[in-house]
Design a protein around this ligand. Structure first.
Ligand SMILES: NC(=O)C1=CN([C@@H]2O[C@H](COP(=O)(O)OP(=O)(O)OC[C@H]3O[C@@H](n4cnc5c(N)ncnc54)[C@H](OP(=O)(O)O)[C@@H]3O)[C@@H](O)[C@H]2O)C=CC1
Ligand SMILES: O=C(O)C1=N[C@H](C(=O)O)C[C@H](O)C1
Length: 266
């Protein structure tokens, strides 16, 4: 069986480096490009602290995809870069697997249309950790019975977007399960603006950013005389790798955009 040729964008980032290791160590995958803006002509292995692997970092996605004939592009960049990278992948007939957060639902719909035009699949997953997928699923179920809810997500202090993609996806799943409720007192007020967090469909999302954290989320449900807490912790970025690996291996089975890893693991 031929190997799946993989290009990685955001390859020198925190997630990108973890993805490079995962791809290099999987005999079914072949790393064909490592793209990152400020990196050029340095062997990937040297940056990862390994032996050379024969693939140099590149900083121009168009030139890179034209050269490398990748099957799949894995993108972990940032909300500003990801749109262009996905469009470029589709243009070159490459299947995108996207972990970058900050994309709007409207943008994913637009990618769905572009992917279908080219008969390609694409996977857009705000979180690739199986535990996080279960946490979201359990929260979705709980919202039917305990509709009063708040989300607290906690991340490292290098994270640019808030709330996290995971918190937004959880909020969308909760919204689909309950009638909108404007939670809290009518006349509650904030002595410091933002104290009650961001509002989504009448409930609150709180974002904590501190050194020491990786990626964590707690969904808290409250009703008469009881609270239910559903919590997930990614304590290392390797937690995301089995999900990314699965997405790379399954993306060619789809046409159009798949939003959420849960759609791959039923
Ligand atoms: N879906 C999931 O399971 C997960 C998603 N994420 C998401 O992944 C994204 C990346 O996270 P993280 O690795 O922590 O971030 P980092 O900032 O560590 O990495 C992003 C990398 O992308 C580079 N970059 C910026 N613009 C481009 C471009 N146009 N082309 C190629 N590379 C570019 C950056 O370079 P420079 O630093 O020079 O700007 C940087 O090296 C975030 O959106 C985060 O929310 C994170 C973890 C899990
Ligand atoms: O930036 C991160 O680190 C993470 N981003 C994703 C998100 O925004 O949900 C996934 C995970 O939480 C880590």
């Amino acid at each position: 069986m031929s190997k799946i040729k993989v290009a990685v964008s955001g390859a020198n980032g925190k997630m990108g480096q973890e993805v490079l290791k995962m791809v290099i160590n999987d005999p079914e995958l072949e790393l064909v490009a490592a793209i990152d803006l400020k990196m050029d002509a340095i062997d990937v292995g040297l940056v990862l602290g390994m032996d050379t692997v024969g693939i140099n970092f590149e900083n121009n996605i168009e030139q890179s995809l034209m050269r490398c004939h990748a099957d799949v592009l894995i993108d972990f960049t940032n909300p500003q870069a990801v749109h262009h990278n996905i469009k470029t992948a589709i243009q070159y007939g490459v299947y995108p697997v996207v972990g970058t957060t900050g994309l709007q639902l409207e943008e994913i719909k637009e990618f769905d249309r572009l992917l279908k035009e080219r008969e390609l699949g694409g996977i857009f997953a705000p979180n690739f950790a199986i535990g996080a997928i279960l946490m979201m699923r359990f929260a979705e179920q709980a919202a039917k019975y305990m509709p009063h809810v708040e989300i607290i997500e906690l991340h490292h202090d290098q994270k640019i977007d808030a709330p996290s993609g995971t918190a937004l996806k959880t909020a969308e799943m909760i919204k689909a399960q309950r009638k909108s409720i404007k939670q809290g007192l009518e006349n509650e007020y904030e002595k410091i603006p933002g104290s009650r967090g961001g509002e989504y469909d009448g409930f609150r999302i709180h974002s904590v950013r501190l050194p020491g954290f990786v990626a964590h989320q707690e969904v808290i449900f409250g009703s008469q005389g009881q609270v239910l807490s559903i919590k997930h912790d990614s304590i290392h970025r390797e937690s995301f790798m089995p999900g990314v690996n699965l997405a790379v291996k399954k993306v060619k089975d789809f046409v159009g955009a798949i939003y959420g890893l849960e759609n791959l693991i039923d």
